[in-house]
Each structure stands twice: as structure tokens, then as C-alpha cells.
Ligand binder design. Structure first.
Ligand SMILES: [Zn+2]
Length: 408
């Protein structure tokens, strides 16, 4: 990476399209060569019993990488147009493999046309819409402790020997994931999905308990219906918590220095920004993140930005951290991220606080001398232990005419 340390940001980004194009052309070449090697069965003389074995043992591909390339080679032999799709980036290897078992001479144009330029997830949905699979049965079945997983809520008919508790025609299930995986959502047809995850003993008990409590309402004991009921409640509760009740609340004046965002402001911001990160790049493309969003101050709170609708926006964690890095520097942001990690209550080193505040104030254009003098005045006060209060106090001294912090 040292070789790139002197390369400007724009230059790095500008190089990527050509690099990716070259990579795709190489992939196309690899597949074309594999087709020829397969046809001539050259892997046999390499002491390999199959093309896949040759890819793994002689070429050093992982099992997954080998499987994708072999599938692509076999498909491209039947449909040579796929080589051009790979080379031009119309289809990635993963997408091609998703289509593999369904492609025929009759549907080639339609399927490849619809899959071109799409993500893996979109191609999975496309395949599920064209070739719907039947629903999986709902079932809860145990997995052995020694696999490192807790009692399982899922696993389809593939689990054979386990004692499955079936309920209804829907499913919480699919093919068994490796232990500790985050779970899986997979389209089975245009409007049906399979859901699979491993549950703790506690969650298993909760599922049983909820099923008992709702046994009159959900007579079939159907797991999907039960989870839908539970999620409806959760979504309603969380939406209310974020957006506030629709009726206006009695206004509670904020204390100066409070970083609390009033619930009315949060609701307006959430609605105005459509529950999506508001970061927009130079070309006008908006960040698509809709998870881990936080309400952030456009003009930073620590620098006196008020908690008003105009000064607040939704940002994802990454763009929030980027904005903070610009003002406070990398070290401060890394420290904050470490602090937010759950285990242990790390106390901030007072000299870190001082350094961060000094760097932020210098970044804002104050001279080193006036910054040092101001911070020295504040060092014995109780604001000196946290960056934000310290910065706000320092700014009050440095720019006394700027109105600070009162929101609403
Ligand atoms: Zn974002």
C-alpha cells in the first residue's frame, strides 16, 4: 500500500474503472482457457480427476472460487455469449452461477437481459420470480451443541434425523447455515421468502410462550404468522419511539448545552429525509444506507450547532464518522468509536480531550496561542473532561458574540 500513499484521492478513484475492466477481461480469459482445458481433459495429466480438482489443487482457487469458474466455463461452452457478458461486466460470476441451472436456448435473451448489471440479491429475486419454489415447511429443530450453535429454530427437511416440530405450511427455514452466521433471507418465488436463523435457548422459550399466549388467535400455530404479529408490534413501537406520537407534546425547554434532539425535530427530520442517509456526492448520487442511521447536526453540536430541524439531518454511521473526522480529526473519532463499544467503561484520558479540542479549534482557524491560552483557562473546570463541553466553553471565550447551543 506504500506505493499508493503518494497517489491523490481523485487519481485513485480515476484508476479504478480501468482496473476493473482489466480484471473482467482477465476473468473472461481464465474462463475461456478453462473451457479448452476441460474439452481436452488436460486436468487428467495434471493428476486431477476433474476440472474443479485442477482449479483447487493446481491453480490454488478456493472451493467457492473454483466452483464458480467451472460452472461459468460449462455454461459459456453452451452459451458463448456469456463470455462477452463476463468480459464487459454485464454479468458477474456469481450472477452467472445463479442463472446457470435455469438457462435454456429459449429463455436466454430474457433472463440474461434482465440480469444484466444487477446485484446478486436482484438476480436471486429474478430467478425466484421466474422459477418459483414451493414454500418450506415451518419447523423448529435442535442442532447439536458441539457445532458451536445453540438450539436451532430452522433447518429444512435436509436435517433428516432431528426431531422436528412442524407447524403449518409456512416456514422459518431453508438449508442449514454454518453456526454463528447472521441468518438468511432467501426469495423462493416472486412473493415468498424463506427465513432462517439459529435461536438461543431463551429465544426458543419465548417463541413457545408467545405461541401459547396467541394460541386462540393463531390456531394453526404457524410460525410465520406468529413472527409477523410480533414484528408488527415491534415496528409500531419503534416507529412511535423515533417519530414520536403524532400528537404534539408539551414543549420542554432544553437546558443550554443539552445535545438532546427534541422528539418533534427527530420526527420532522426522519420524515423529511425519508429514513435514508442524506449524504450526496459530487455527482449528486445519494447514499442508499437505511440502517444504523443517526440524526446529526449539520453544523456540529460541539461547535454550537443547534438541535433544530434545519440544522439536523439523517446520516449513516460511516458518513457521520466522515463528517466528524473532518472537524475533529481521526484520533478523536477512533476514540469515540472505541468508547461506544459495549464492554468496559473506558474513561477518556484528559490529555486526549485537551489534544482533540486543541486540534479542532486550530482546524477552525484560531491561532495556536489563543487556543492554548483559552484551554489553559478551562483546564481546572468541570467542562475539561469531555471534548464537546470543553469545545463549547472554549468557543464562548474565543467568539463571545456567537450565540451558542440553545435549541428550539
Ligand atoms: Zn451514508
Amino acid at each position: 500500500m506504500d506505493a499508493l500513499s503518494g497517489v491523490a484521492d481523485d487519481e485513485l478513484l480515476a484508476r479504478m474503472p480501468a482496473l476493473v475492466q482489466a480484471e473482467r477481461a482477465r476473468t473472461r480469459d481464465v474462463i475461456e482457457h478453462l473451457i479448452a482445458i476441460d474439452q481436452r481433459r488436460l486436468y487428467l495429466d495434471q493428476a486431477c480427476s476433474s476440472l474443479t480438482c485442477y482449479c483447487i489443487e493446481r491453480l490454488g482457487y478456493s472451493e467457492d472460487e473454483a466452483a464458480k469458474r467451472v460452472t461459468a466455463a460449462r455454461m459459456a461452452r453452451r452459451f458463448p455469449g456469456l463470455l462477452d457478458e463476463l468480459g464487459a461486466g454485464g454479468l458477474h460470476l456469481t450472477g452467472l452461477c445463479l442463472l446457470a441451472q435455469y438457462l435454456t436456448g429459449e429463455n436466454y435473451e430474457v433472463l440474461v437481459g434482465q440480469a444484466r448489471g444487477q446485484s446478486k440479491r436482484r438476480i436471486q429475486q429474478l430467478v425466484a420470480a421466474h422459477f418459483p419454489r414451493p414454500d418450506l415447511p415451518s419447523l423448529v429443530s435442535p442442532v447439536p451443541e458441539q457445532l458451536g450453535a445453540l438450539p436451532l429454530m430452522t433447518a429444512g427437511a435436509e436435517t433428516g434425523g432431528t426431531q422436528a416440530i412442524r407447524s403449518g405450511t409456512d416456514h422459518v427455514s431453508a438449508h442449514g447455515p454454518a453456526p454463528n452466521q447472521p441468518g438468511r433471507l432467501e426469495p423462493r418465488s416472486a412473493k415468498r421468502w424463506s427465513v432462517q436463523f439459529t435461536a438461543s435457548a431463551e429465544l426458543y422459550e419465548k417463541i413457545q410462550r408467545a405461541g401459547e399466549l396467541l394460541s386462540h388467535a393463531i390456531r394453526s400455530g404457524d410460525l410465520a404468522t406468529l413472527f409477523e404479529r410480533a414484528l408488527d408490534e415491534l415496528i409500531a413501537k419503534e416507529t412511535k419511539r423515533r417519530l414520536g406520537a403524532q400528537k404534539p407534546r408539551r414543549h420542554r425547554p432544553l437546558s443550554p448545552g443539552s445535545r438532546h434532539v427534541p422528539v418533534e425535530v427527530a420526527r420532522h427530520v426522519w420524515e423529511r429525509d425519508g429514513g435514508q442517509c442524506t449524504f450526496v456526492d459530487k455527482e449528486g448520487r445519494r447514499c442508499s444506507a437505511r440502517r444504523f442511521l443517526t440524526i446529526e447536526h449539520r453544523h456540529p453540536f460541539a461547535l454550537g450547532g443547534p438541535a433544530t430541524t434545519d440544522n439536523a439531518c439523517l446520516l449513516c454511521q460511516a458518513h457521520n464518522a466522515q463528517a466528524a473526522r473532518r472537524v475533529f480529526g481521526d484520533a478523536h473519532v477512533e476514540a469515540r468509536i472505541r468508547e461506544r463499544r459495549p464492554v468496559g467503561q473506558q474513561k477518556r484520558d484528559p490529555s486526549d480531550t485537551h489534544d482533540t479540542a486543541r486540534a479542532a479549534l486550530c482546524n477552525l482557524g484560531f491561532s495556536k496561542r489563543e487556543v492554548e491560552r483559552t484551554l489553559a483557562e478551562l483546564v481546572q473546570t468541570d467542562v475539561a473532561t469531555e471534548v464537546e463541553p470543553l469545545l463549547r466553553a472554549a468557543l464562548r471565550l474565543l467568539v463571545p458574540e456567537v450565540p451558542l447551543g440553545r435549541a428550539g
